[in-house]
Design a protein around this ligand. Structure first.
Ligand SMILES: Cc1cc2nc3c(=O)[nH]c(=O)nc-3n(C[C@H](O)[C@H](O)[C@H](O)COP(=O)(O)OP(=O)(O)OC[C@H]3O[C@@H](n4cnc5c(N)ncnc54)[C@H](O)[C@@H]3O)c2cc1C
Length: 461
């Protein structure tokens, strides 16, 4: 009898765990299918780098689905990880790092997405030998990718120069000229100092690149990265100001050779394989050129009447400078939504957000939730399928499917994206077009590792 009771209790406990496990599995499956349905709205799939899951190796542990800061990029369907919202992936690659069996590798966008990207070898070289592209301009977003690529590209150049020391005897020619002082350009410059290359960095604006233009006190998410002239930078999140202060500290210590306020207008390669780099007032010569221009380029304009008024702006850094104002924000991406919410939280502002789409496209999960709150509490008035048709001194005219309305207005911010510097690249002669951009980041990493080893061996000799 005793053993029958013990058996009964054991069976009940086992049943309890089995039923809860199956319930959880069902819930997870339902969530995954819902996420997949949402993902279908953006059927063009991943725009840039994204995870590739080898289902032969995936053991269905779901770790990858829990680590992504962007939300439901991955989900478990039928016991395997699948991409359900590829458009949300911005390449943190935490899923690949977390996968216990190495079933995930980060890959680049599909060839069709790569059509308006410059062709690059795994060493970041363009179709013009000696001319390299690193950072976001090459298609990979995120600060850590920019830092890694800037550093590794200099290692490749150092290796080539090391093999050919005679090439370095010419006076007045830099080993490398770096264009752009965002994270990619900063990292390349510091590695050039570390590797004792002669270099100069030209920056049209200010040091810090896109980061310097983030809104004040923006929280920057990053990953541990090997930073030249410093070592492992381990912070996962910090304010924009603290990140800029960190770079400033390292750059001052390293005696950074930068010329700011100098926009590169043209680059030509001579018969002698030396590049001539032209800015408005100066000409430089270098054996190698690294373009670290980012993809932000010039802000895209709408071509709307009155857009030239000084009250119409394309970048918001200090939201707290605006109080008691009637504000229109135009756009449907993260920058527009964040700006609208930032402005709405300042005293007395009345913020309207207008967007031509039926729903916000591609915004981060956390922005989507915060925006829903702002709409519910009336902090931001959202007008979808609506376009501005005229900006006037103290009002704006909006059009929603043919119905026009004029609303009072003090300031307008437009976030319609940037025009990447493709025309500049084409002028310089960099090759574009359909290409197989499915080169795994791991292949790139292996290449960089080989370069690093060769460099270390060369230094030891
Ligand atoms: C609002 C926003 C928030 C973001 N948040 C994060 C985040 O939290 N974490 C993260 O990892 N990433 C984030 N990113 C992405 C990250 O900022 C970029 O991936 C990164 O800055 C790219 O670095 P880069 O060096 O390639 O280019 P950039 O930072 O864009 O720098 C390019 C530099 O080149 C200069 N330049 C351009 N053309 C010329 C020329 N002809 N001559 C001379 N100089 C030139 C520019 O002035 C600029 O300084 C965010 C981006 C945005 C827009």
């Amino acid at each position: 009898m005793d053993s029958l009771i013990t058996f009964g209790i054991a069976a009940a406990i086992t049943l309890f765990f089995v039923v809860s496990y199956l319930r959880n599995l069902k819930k997870r499956d339902t969530r995954a299918r819902e996420a997949a349905e949402k993902g279908k709205l953006f059927s063009d799939g991943p725009r840039a780098q994204h995870p590739h899951i080898d289902t032969n190796y995936c053991i269905g542990c779901a770790t990858c689905t829990t680590v992504c800061p962007e939300g439901d990029v991955l989900a478990m369907i039928a016991g395997k990880a699948v991409i359900v919202n590829g458009h949300k992936c911005i390449g943190h690659s935490l899923c690949a790092d977390a996968c216990p069996v190495g079933a995930i590798t980060m890959v680049m966008a599909s060839p069709s997405m790569g059509a308006d990207m410059p062709f690059l070898t795994p060493e970041h070289e363009t179709t013009i030998p000696g001319l390299f592209i690193v950072g976001e301009l090459g298609g990979l977003a995120l600060i850590k990718n920019a830092v890694n690529q800037g550093r590794d590209c200099i290692d490749t150049i150092s290796l080539r120069l090391g093999r050919n020391p005679a090439a370095r005897a010419t006076d007045g020619v830099y080993d490398v000229l770096i264009v752009g002082a965002g994270p990619a350009g900063i990292s390349a410059s510091l590695r050039a100092i570390e590797n004792k290359l002669s270099y100069i960095t030209l920056e049209r604006d200010e040091v810090g690149g896109t980061v310097a233009k983030y809104p004040r006190q923006k929280l920057v998410m990053t990953s541990p990265v090997e930073f030249p002239m410093y070592g492992k930078f381990k912070k996962m999140q910090l304010s924009k100001e603290n990140l800029l202060a960190f770079w400033d500290m390292v750059l001052n210590r390293a005696d950074f050779n930068v010329s700011t306020g100098e926009k590169v207008e043209d680059i030509k390669k001579g018969e002698d394989s030396i590049f001539t780099i032209l800015t408005v007032n100066n000409g430089y010569r270098a054996r190698h050129v690294i373009l670290a221009l980012g993809r932000a380029g010039e802000p895209r304009k709408l071509g709307v009447k009155g857009e030239e008024l000084p009250k119409v702006m394309y970048r918001l850094i200090e939201a707290d400078h605006y109080i008691n104002k009637k504000i229109l924000v135009v756009g449907g991406g993260d920058s527009a939504v964040e700006a609208a919410m930032g402005l709405a939280h300042q005293a007395g502002n009345q913020v309207t957000l207008c967007y031509r789409g039926e729903h916000f496209s591609r915004i981060k999960e956390r922005n989507s939730k915060r925006m829903e709150d702002c709409m519910r509490t009336g902090k931001v008035k959202v007008l979808l399928q609506t376009n501005p048709v005229e900006f006037k001194a103290s009002s704006v005219i909006l059009d929603a499917k043919g119905a026009q309305q004029e609303i009072p207005n003090d300031f307008v911010w437009i976030f319609a994206g940037g025009i990447p510097p493709n025309d500049f690249l084409k002028k310089v002669g960099v090759g574009f077009g359909q290409r197989d951009v499915t080169l795994e980041a791991s292949k790139e990493a292996k290449q960089a590792e080989t370069s690093r080893k060769q460099l270390a061996q060369a230094a030891a000799r």
